[in-house]
Write a protein that binds this ligand. Structure first.
Ligand SMILES: C[S@@+](CC[C@H](N)C(=O)[O-])C[C@H]1O[C@@H](n2cnc3c(N)ncnc32)[C@H](O)[C@@H]1O
Length: 287
C-alpha cells in the first residue's frame, strides 16, 4: 500500500487526502511567515522590489544580441512591441514573449489551423499582464484573423481598472466570476488556461473555490464549440503540471512538453521568478 502511495506521489497522480491537504497548507503558511519574518510584505516593498527587478532586466537586455534577435523575431511576426501602457512591467512584456514562443511551438507541433474569426476565453486571467501579446498571437498566427478575447477571473474586481487602461481600444473584455458559472450557452473556439490554481491546498492559499480536476475538465469542454481548442500552461517547477495527468486522453492533440525560455544568457534572471519560463503546455481538442 505504502509502495503504491509512493509510486503515485512520484507520478504526481494521487489526490491528496483532506488531512494531507490541510497539513500542506499549514506548512506553506508557516514558510511564508518565515520568509517575511512574521510580518506581511507591504505594497511599497513589493513596488520597490518590482522596480528594481525591472531595472535589472532592462539593463541585462540592452545590447544583448541573443535577446534582441529573439525579441525582433517575435515582434516582427506578431506586431508586438514594448509599450509601458500595454504591459504592467518590462518583466511582464519579456515573459509574454516567452508565452508567444511557447504557443507557437505547440501550435506548430499540432499543425493547428485557426479560422478567420475566433472567440477565445482566458480562464483565471489574473492581472492579465500578457493579454496584449496573447491577442496579437491569436490574431496573427499563420495568417490574419479577427479575434474577440475575453478574460474571466474569480478575483477580477481587483484588476478591472488597470486592465481597462492596458487594453483600451482592443477587442478585449474582462469579467469577474467563477468559470463554473459562465453560462453554458456561451461557447468558444479556444480556451486558454495558464497557471490557474487546481490543488485543494493551492485554492485555499489563493482563497478561490476548489472545483476538482474532473469537474474542471468537464466544464472546460462544455465551454468549447465542437473542434474547439483547450490550451493549458502550467509551471513545471511548482509541480502544477500534475493536473495534466488527469486530462482526458481522447482529447489530446499535443502531449505536454517542457518549455524553457530560449535566451540562455537570461536564464539566471528567470530562475525562481514568475514567468512563462520553465513551463509545460498541453493542447486538447473537443471532438
Ligand atoms: C496564479 S493566477 C494566474 C493568472 C494568469 N493566468 C497568469 O498566468 O499570470 C490564478 C488565477 O486563477 C483565478 N481562478 C482560480 N480559480 C478560478 C475559478 N474557478 N474561476 C475563475 N478564476 C479562477 C484566480 O483568481 C487567480 O487570479
Amino acid at each position: 500500500m505504502l509502495l503504491l502511495k509512493v509510486l503515485l506521489d512520484k507520478l504526481g497522480i494521487r489526490q491528496l487526502t483532506d488531512e494531507e491537504d490541510d497539513e500542506y497548507f499549514d506548512r506553506l503558511e508557516y514558510l511564508q511567515r518565515l520568509r517575511y519574518k512574521e510580518k506581511p510584505i507591504s505594497a511599497d516593498e513589493i513596488e520597490r522590489e518590482t522596480l528594481a527587478l525591472d531595472d535589472r532586466l532592462q539593463k541585462l537586455t540592452q545590447s544583448n544580441t541573443e535577446f534582441t534577435n529573439f525579441e525582433g523575431h517575435i515582434n516582427s511576426k506578431y506586431g508586438i512591441k514594448y509599450d509601458q501602457d500595454r504591459y504592467p512591467t518590462f518583466h511582464d512584456y519579456v515573459s509574454s514573449l516567452f508565452l508567444v514562443d511557447l504557443l507557437e511551438q505547440s501550435f506548430r507541433k499540432g499543425a493547428i489551423k485557426l479560422s478567420n474569426e475566433i472567440t477565445a476565453l482566458d480562464v483565471g486571467a489574473g492581472d492579465w499582464s500578457y493579454c496584449v501579446s496573447l491577442l496579437r498571437f491569436l490574431e496573427k498566427f499563420e495568417g490574419e484573423r479577427k479575434v474577440k478575447l475575453i478574460g474571466v477571473d474569480y478575483d477580477g474586481k481587483n484588476y478591472t481598472c488597470s486592465i481597462q487602461k492596458m487594453t483600451e481600444g482592443l477587442p478585449v473584455t474582462y469579467i469577474t466570476g467563477n468559470v463554473v458559472y459562465v453560462p453554458k450557452e456561451q461557447v468558444f473556439d479556444l480556451l486558454f488556461v495558464a497557471h490557474m490554481v487546481y490543488a485543494k491546498y493551492h485554492c485555499k492559499e489563493h482563497k478561490v473555490p476548489y472545483i476538482g480536476e474532473k469537474r474542471l475538465f468537464g466544464r472546460f469542454f462544455e465551454l468549447l464549440k465542437p473542434q474547439g481548442l483547450l490550451i493549458m500552461v502550467a509551471y513545471k517547477w511548482a509541480g502544477e503540471d500534475a493536473i495534466f495527468n488527469n486530462a482526458p486522453k481522447d482529447k489530446l492533440i499535443v502531449p505536454p512538453f517542457s518549455y524553457y525560455q530560449p535566451v540562455k544568457s537570461l536564464s539566471d534572471f528567470f530562475i525562481e521568478r514568475y514567468s512563462f519560463d520553465d513551463n509545460s503546455i498541453l493542447t486538447m481538442q473537443k471532438k
